[in-house]
Design a binder for this molecule. Sequence first.
Ligand code: PHE
Length: 327
Amino acid sequence: MQIPQDLIETAALKLKSVQSEAEFFQLRAQYLGKKSFVVSSFSMLRDLKSEEKVIVAKELNILKNDLTKLFENALQEIEGRSDIVKLDVTLPADPFLVGSEHPITKISQKILNYFIPLNYQIFSGNEIETDFYNFEALNFPENHPARQMHDTFYLNSNSKSEYLLRTHTSNTQIHAMLSEDLPLYMLSPGRVFRCDSDNTHLPMFTQIEGLVVDEAVTFGDLKGILIDFIEDFFNEKTDVRFRPSYFPFTEPSAEVDIKFGSKGWLEILGCGMVHPNVLNGCNIDTKKFRGFAFGMGVERLAMLYYGVTDIREFYSSNLDFLKQFPS
Ligand code: PHE
């Protein structure tokens, strides 16, 4: 086996021109790493005859020790130099792609992106909630149908327990009003749960709640922002209809429909002026402040946006379906 005599000299020469820690480590791998001449030669020793093996092994060991010392000294010298580019271990790793964003995540983000520049703060909310935040503070009467066992998942099925899976994101209105200063402009996306299941309803789905509490807000402001949002979302002039409705926590209340081709009017959200009982319950001075709120179903908007006809597709984990919405 032929051992190159100038290995140490060329390594030393190359080390002199090193400008960065990264270059140094690359060079060290070249001379002392697994694939380097010295290290890979050790594994070839077994093919040699025993007398030659002893001689070559000795030479290789000397070479390896000399190279190791050379690189140790060079590292010390390099670390003392002020002009050397250091390794930044805090740099993020190279990103790698795994799958694609879920269509519901994409649509949620698209909705949030409309409101964020208007200074709405994003709130996260609890999925497991108490009766107080989900119903009582929202002015639901004791016998409201939404409170029935067959509509709501209570955490203890024997009796109406204190904890339940929230039936809407409106619980975040109460948390926000009790904890934040006014004026308040907030948006809260998240999952909600109802005992319901067919091709347009799921027991778990996604809503985005919006709430504004300020000194001079009107139903006109609410209408304006929702119409503008809808046109921005679908990127075209859209026929929008505010249909009178009832929610215990808003007065007046409306449901918003949009005209969708041959399918006629489709409901996409509920909204209204925050009921004075709700504001009073959150210690807000109703002589000074008013509010409006809205809650939209993200799956419903995603179905319209992408032309999906069965809501269950979103959660069937069918990759052929999900891959149609690449990031
Ligand atoms: N929480 C209502 C629902 O889930 C929607 C809504 C939100 C209505 C805010 C009015 C104001 O149907």
